[in-house]
Design a protein around this ligand. Structure first.
Ligand code: PLP
Length: 457
């Protein structure tokens, strides 16, 4: 496999063929977006959501560009909700996938050993874990992030024999509910930790304002016998809350949370589903805090190609699962293993992508800070904020209606972005890490034109 390990080159970062945007000029008239017709209303459930935010039919994509069936080109700063950190259809990943399919590589292998899985395990260990001084066992769960979170919670409960979990204000960890509660087999039902236990929401960093140290607050709850809080199995936390509105925990807060977990013998689960795989620049978002979580949840961009793949990283001493105790048909998607291995070798054998993403993140943040000034000058943005880490950046308008209209106007001008936060007052930007500086500038121009259009209405 070593022949595929090589330094990242400009060609990996810059798309080979740049598709020009339809609307790079902020003053240009809005793109008339084809509105999805009766087919979707008639046949797709009302539960659909992104086809409402971006009402057109997409047909092809490359790196930061999505093209719809009318040939209109959009700049994609949503990147499959963070599952396309290396852009759409990266050539190195696509080639690996096509080669594998051409040679009739195993596609569905349940969780059997396959060459694709062996290559992934090898590459993940040698290129991601070992250089970071990390030692984890890897559990392949069902392909969704939510299934991987379920596995993390079950394992934490099984290991500690405790039922409770501490989660955090504005946290988001998935949407699954109750599959095991309707499964009869007692092997699965009665597995220790498999049934949901109490969840207590504690204040995330900054939730109680700048003058309240929420770690001290949590410590008090955990150490006072009269607090009413039973010792939980684990903390589950995101280093940056993506869906929750791009709330960024300080590195010091993360370090102190890790120390508190250690001190109280509570497991620390980092949900790196959205912030991992380079979104905040380093591969793992917790690296700069220099902590070693007990359990790490990975999904979204792990396959690098938008193919479903989730993995739980488990401190070896905690790997007390019995065989098949958390199982599922699609544990280990071989096509995803192939692209994930190619992504690791293409992007993580050097620091180039990490530095590139960090540079782009600073540019994006500076552009958003300028935009905040524009909003404030119009007297509309007293609550406006720009924040983020690496290439997860956001502008919080403090006004859900304004954020929703900015998203809509941006779409009409050829830029895909989404709202985030419990009230939806934040516009979240997560361009592919393989974006160019020109992409970031073009996105900022469209965003500015959209904000100005909203302000003038
Ligand atoms: N955890 C985090 C931090 C997420 O951002 C998400 C999805 O956005 C999930 C869990 C759930 O992942 P999935 O939608 O694949 O179930």
């Amino acid at each position: 496999m070593d022949d595929a390990v090589r330094e990242i080159t400009e060609q990996d970062i810059v798309p080979r063929k740049t598709i020009p945007l339809s609307e790079e000029c902020p003053d240009a008239p809005a793109v008339p977006a084809p509105i999805l017709g009766a087919l979707y209303d008639r046949l797709e459930s009302c539960v659909r959501s992104y086809s409402r935010s971006f009402p057109t039919e997409f047909s092809s994509a490359q790196n930061t560009r999505l093209v719809d069936s009318n040939g209109t080109v959009f700049l994609d700063f949503f990147a499959g909700a963070g599952s396309l950190n290396y852009g759409h259809n990266h050539p190195a990943l696509k080639k690996a996938l096509i080669d594998y399919i051409k040679k009739d590589g195993v596609t569905q292998g349940l969780d059997m050993a396959t060459g694709a899985k062996s290559a992934f395990l090898e590459a993940f260990d040698t290129t991601i874990l070992q250089p970071r001084g990390l030692q984890y066992k890897i559990q392949f769960t069902g392909p969704t992030g939510a299934n991987c979170v379920e596995a993390a919670l079950k394992l934490a409960r099984k290991v500690t024999g405790r039922a409770g979990i501490i989660s955090f204000t504005n946290g988001f960890h998935g949407m699954s509910l109750g599959a095991l509660s309707v499964t009869a087999n007692p092997y699965y039902r009665n597995s220790p930790g498999s049934l949901p236990g109490p969840v207590t929401f504690m204040p995330y960093d900054g939730f109680l304002g700048p003058s309240t140290d929420t770690i001290d607050y949590i410590r008090r709850y955990l150490s006072e016998p009269g607090s009413g809080l039973a010792k939980p199995a684990a903390f589950i936390v995101e280093t940056v809350q993506g869906e929750g509105g791009v709330n960024v925990a300080s590195l010091d807060w993360l370090r102190r949370l890790s120390a508190l977990a250690h001190e109280q013998d509570i497991l620390l689960i980092i949900d790196d589903i959205q912030m991992g795989c380079g979104r905040t620049s380093p591969f793992f978002s917790f690296e700069p805090a220099e902590i070693k979580p007990d359990i790490v949840v990975l999904s979204k961009s792990l396959s690098g190609y938008g193919l479903p793949l989730s993995a739980l990283l488990i401190r070896p001493a905690l790997d007390i699962w019995a065989p098949g105790e958390h199982n599922g048909t699609f544990r280990g998607n071989n096509l995803a293993f192939v692209t994930a291995t190619a992504a690791i070798k293409t992007f993580w054998s050097s620091r180039d992508l990490q530095e590139h993403a960090s540079h782009l993140g600073r540019t994006l943040n500076a552009g958003l800070c300028e935009l905040i000034e524009v909003v404030r000058q119009c007297g509309r943005g007293r609550a406006a904020w720009a924040r983020g880490r690496g290439l997860i950046q956001a502008i919080d308008f403090g006004d859900p209606l304004m954020a929703r209209r900015v998203v809509q106007f941006a779409f009409e001008r050829g830029l895909l972005v989404e709202t985030a936060g419990v009230e939806g007052s934040t516009v979240k930007l997560l361009p592919p890490l393989t974006s160019t500086s020109e992409d970031i500038s073009a996105g900022l121009r469209i965003l500015r034109s959209s904000v100005e259009a909203v302000l003038s209405t």
